[in-house]
Ligand binder design. Structure first.
Ligand SMILES: [Fe+2]
Ligand SMILES: [Fe+2]
Length: 293
């Protein structure tokens, strides 16, 4: 039995006080959005409660699918590194970036500098896709994080990453390992186009062709589950979680998922356990069911 925990979109709060010069460009719109709306959603006490509960569950590994930062200020990356280190060692925690981590182009550089130990392969080599093997599981880390114009929250994988993903999925299928794809933007979403993964159709074709056992995402800040049909008849669950810092009473209160994976290649079992924050501020079991098997 291997237990994988998944949380997403911590949006670490409070936002550090920016210098005026740091608000030039896209950051100004994000700063106004934070002051008007987002600071009333993302609560450090809620995030602490989620992390404390998660750490008590004895997971073998934790996956975090992006949006640690808010407007990609340099201080947010140092704080993000400290938060990741508190969550666990870089051997036990895997991170992929979200659009808020690359809110401005230099965010990609800051993320690499501060967080690369959590987003690299088993040899410590960064870049996407990366692969980490843990017991019966392979974690495949993708990046959809690209700097965009103001008011856009789109994602983009690009032809090179998608081509490499196809090769990785084929190699790992031949190893008969449980393939978990980590991606910030959902490949299937009801959100407006300006928030979506723009090359989702190609990603879905790659998965349809080469398969995967599980796809985990964040970004929409909602509990989501979709099923993808593959060429060989297999169906791939695509599961999203709410923001791990969202207060009760907002769009969807903070939660995280645990996956208990066992079985053998070709006959995997995977149980999904959702735990989330109640209106009283306690983290409790919300749902438990067999996803596969
Ligand atoms: Fe987010
Ligand atoms: Fe996002």
């Amino acid at each position: 039995m291997f237990t994988l925990a998944h949380l997403s979109d911590p949006h670490l709060a409070p936002l550090p006080t920016p210098r005026w010069s740091e608000l030039l460009g896209k950051r100004i719109t994000g700063y106004i959005n934070w002051q008007r709306r987002r600071r009333f959603i993302h609560d450090p006490a809620v995030l602490n409660a989620i992390v404390t509960d998660l750490q008590a569950q004895g997971a073998d590994h934790v996956a975090v699918t992006g949006d640690l930062a808010n407007i990609a200020l340099p201080q947010e990356f140092i704080r993000g590194r400290d938060w990741l280190q508190h969550l666990g060692s870089n051997k036990d925690v895997t991170f992929v970036p979200g659009n808020h981590d690359v809110y401005v182009p230099e965010g990609a550089l800051y993320a690499t500098r501060q967080w690369e130990a959590y987003m690299c392969d088993d040899a410590g080599v960064g870049g996407f896709p990366f692969v980490r093997r843990r017991g019966p599981v392979a974690l495949i880390g993708l990046s959809t994080a690209v700097a965009t114009a103001p008011f856009l929250a789109t994602g983009w994988l690009g032809a090179k990453q998608l081509a490499e993903l196809a090769v990785v999925l084929t190699t790992l299928r031949n190893e008969h390992i449980f393939r978990v794809v980590l991606i910030h933007h959902p490949p299937v979403s009801k959100e407006a186009r300006h928030k979506r993964l723009l090359d989702a159709a190609i990603f879905l074709r790659v998965i349809g062709q080469h398969g995967a056992e599980l796809i985990l995402h964040g970004h929409d800040h909602l509990h989501m589950i979709n099923w993808l049909d593959c060429k060989n008849g297999m169906r791939v669950p695509v599961v999203g979680v709410p923001s791990a810092s969202a207060k009760p009473g907002t769009k969807e209160a903070a939660a995280y998922n645990l996956y208990r994976i066992d079985g053998v290649p070709g006959a995997w079992n995977c149980e999904l356990i959702s735990r989330g924050i109640s209106p009283e501020g306690e983290v409790k079991l919300q749902k438990r069911y067999m996803l596969v098997g």
